[in-house]
Structures are given as C-alpha cells and as structure tokens.
Design a protein. Structure first.
Length: 365
C-alpha cells in the first residue's frame, strides 16, 4: 500500500534525509518537502558570509535540486498548521495535505524581546533578513552606526566579530555585545577568555550580566533601568519554538520544543517524527546547534524508512563531546573539545574544510 511521508522544514537533519532517500528510495511511497525557501544555509558558514570570506551562494544547498534527485516533491511554502490526530497539514498557500507519516525539522527562533514601533531589529535567523539589514545599513547610513548584538552565546560572538572584520576599515561603526549573563557561560572558561581577547582586538565592546527589557528606536532599556544607544539591534538570544509548534496537538517539552523519544517519534503521536533544534529527545540534554542537528539526519532517515516498511526503529545515540569551532571574524577560530580550548588560523582552516565538505556532500554527485 502506498504511503505518504511529508517532510516539514529544510533543516540540517532533513537535508541528510533527502540524500538517504536518493540513495535508498522506498518503493510505493509519495514523499514531499515543505520549505519557504528553495535553498538552505549552512549555519556554520554564516559568520564567514558576513565577514566576506564566502559568497552567499557558497554557503547554501539547493533544496529543490536535492529533492529532484531524491524523487521528492518540493513545495516552496511554509506550513501554517499541523493536525497530528487527523493526519493533515495546512500549507502557507491554503492547501490541505494528508499524510501517513510526517517529520519536522523547522529549527527555532530567537527569544523575543518587547519592541517599540520604529526600532530596527533583526534576528540571527532567518539569515537572509540579517544579511539584508546589514547591506541596507551599509548603503544608506554613511555616518556613525551603532550595532548592538543581544545574546550571550556563540552566535552573538561570531556575528559581532564577523561584523567587526567586515567593517574593519571604518572608524564610525561601533559593535557591542549585550549579554544577559556572562559571555559563553555554557562553554569551558578558556573559550570565554579567548573570545573576550578577540573582541578586544577587534574593538567589540562587551556588556555582561545585563538583560534587555525593551528595545526602542534609539536605545535599549536594560532590566536595571540603564539605557544603551542603538541603531541596529540583532537578536542572538536564547532559542524559542517557531510559531508552527503552537498550532499542533503534539506534546511539547518545557522549552516549547517537540517532545520525542530516542527514535525521534512524538511522545503522543508516534507517526510524527521531529529532529534538530525543534525537538527535545527524552533523556538527553542537547544544545540547539547545527553541530548536533547534522548527526541526527542519518538515524532519522533510517527510522522514517523503517516506519514506512513497518520495521523496527533504532534509538539515536548522542555524542556530546563533539568538536566545536567558533569563528573569530578574521580567519581565526576557537576549537574546543573535552573542556580544552585553543585558537588560531589552523582552527579556521579546519572549520572552513569541515563546512565546505558538508556543503559538497549535498551539491556534488
């Protein structure tokens, strides 16, 4: 009997699912992917794109072409609602699609902060909006420019240092990180030391232990009452679930992400799977990061194929001690693993090679 599998979102895990489907196409299956863009970014290459080390096209995977290779129908639209109980979804163009199995890999968004009308605020994701804002400010604002990056994690550091390198010849553009906690609190202490050193070298100021309560057109109001001037504010805050997850009857974890078991199945609807940043795997604590989403692709694909064939599923084995590489703007990076951290040009070359290999995996025959 022919089964319908709908893939919702073109995240890093689903990119690998498409590759696996091209290598091992299931018989008697109707498979479709829904994503609002025909391409997907390699998130690890974003700092390099901002800094100017890569052209945007070098950091993207053509989802449409990958779907063609995998014999998967591609719908260039978002999904507005998912009815797990009735096996149906509503697309962004008003169409209703039924399915036997569905899988979500829709990522996450930055935690919102109250914003007054007239404030220019963009989030790190979606990446296209961030790049458009940067380009707009470069073209229309020849005078001084103050950019505030709100966040305490790796994304805030990488974006700030990438902007500092991009604007290294301008003395009128100031970049600052505003962190609710200490910078990089979830990393080994040595990583924070190296990151702060890089910020000092490139003229990025860091304001720690100050939460932003409200964003106004020309300033940030901090929780303690202090104010900071701003013109462009970039949110690289902690993660929050995308709006779609609030339009489903799927079980969710405390952070709002979808609660799944070790086989990526929803805890209350086993015909729904989820992986990547939008999922919370029971019994595991996994940071919202592409470095952890990528390894989930192959086992997710195996379980989707097994489910379509009514075969046993296999549990995902998480490896927390993966190598993490943080870009420092100027073709240097921090490499950290097992609590150790070092920085240098060689770490950037390693990161560059790793990211390019991942891109080539899905763009070359």
């Amino acid at each position: 009997m022919k089964k319908t599998l709908l893939l919702i979102g073109g995240g890093h895990a689903h990119v690998e699912v498409l590759r696996q489907l091209a290598l091992n196409p299931p018989p008697d299956a109707d498979i479709a992917l829904f994503n609002p863009s025909p391409s997907v970014w390699c998130s690890g290459m974003l700092p390099g794109v901002i800094a100017g080390h890569y052209e945007p096209a070098e950091a993207k995977i053509n989802l449409w072409a990958l779907c063609q290779r995998a014999r998967v129908r591609f719908f260039e639209t978002s999904v507005l609602a998912l009815d797990a109980s009735n096996l149906a979804l509503e697309s962004g163009v008003g169409e209703r699609h039924r399915f036997d199995l569905a899988s979500l890999d829709v990522g996450c968004v930055s935690q919102p902060i109250p914003i007054s009308p007239g404030a220019y605020v963009v989030t790190v994701k979606p990446i296209d909006s961030l790049l458009a804002a940067i380009t707009e400010f470069e073209s229309v604002r020849s005078a001084s420019l103050m950019v505030r990056i709100v966040g305490a994690g790796a994304a805030a550091v990488e974006v700030a240092l990438a902007l500092a390198y991009r604007w290294r010849g301008s003395k009128n553009r100031q970049i600052s990180i505003v962190a609710e906690t200490r910078l990089l609190v979830d990393y080994p202490p040595r990583v924070r030391v190296l990151a702060l050193r890089a910020c000092k070298t490139h003229g990025v100021t860091v304001v720690e232990n100050n939460a932003v309560a409200h964003i106004e057109p020309t300033r940030l109001r901090l929780v303690g009452g202090a104010q900071l001037d701003t013109q462009l504010t970039v949110l690289a805050t902690t993660t929050a679930p995308v709006a779609l997850l609030q339009q489903t009857d799927l079980a969710r974890a405390a952070d709002g992400s979808l609660q799944v078991n070790a086989s990526f199945q929803s805890s209350n609807h086993t015909h729904i799977f989820a992986a990547g940043d939008c999922a919370n795997i029971s019994g595991l604590t996994i940071a919202k990061s592409g470095v952890f989403s990528v390894p989930q692709g192959a086992p997710l694909a195996a379980n989707l194929l097994a489910s379509m064939r009514n075969s046993p599923l296999v549990p995902y084995r998480h490896s927390p001690n993966v190598l993490k590489l943080l870009a420092l703007g100027d073709k240097r990076a921090i490499a950290t693993r097992f609590g150790l951290a070092v920085a240098g040009k060689w770490a950037w070359r390693w990161k560059d090679s790793t990211d390019r290999k991942w891109i080539n995996r899905y763009t070359l025959d």
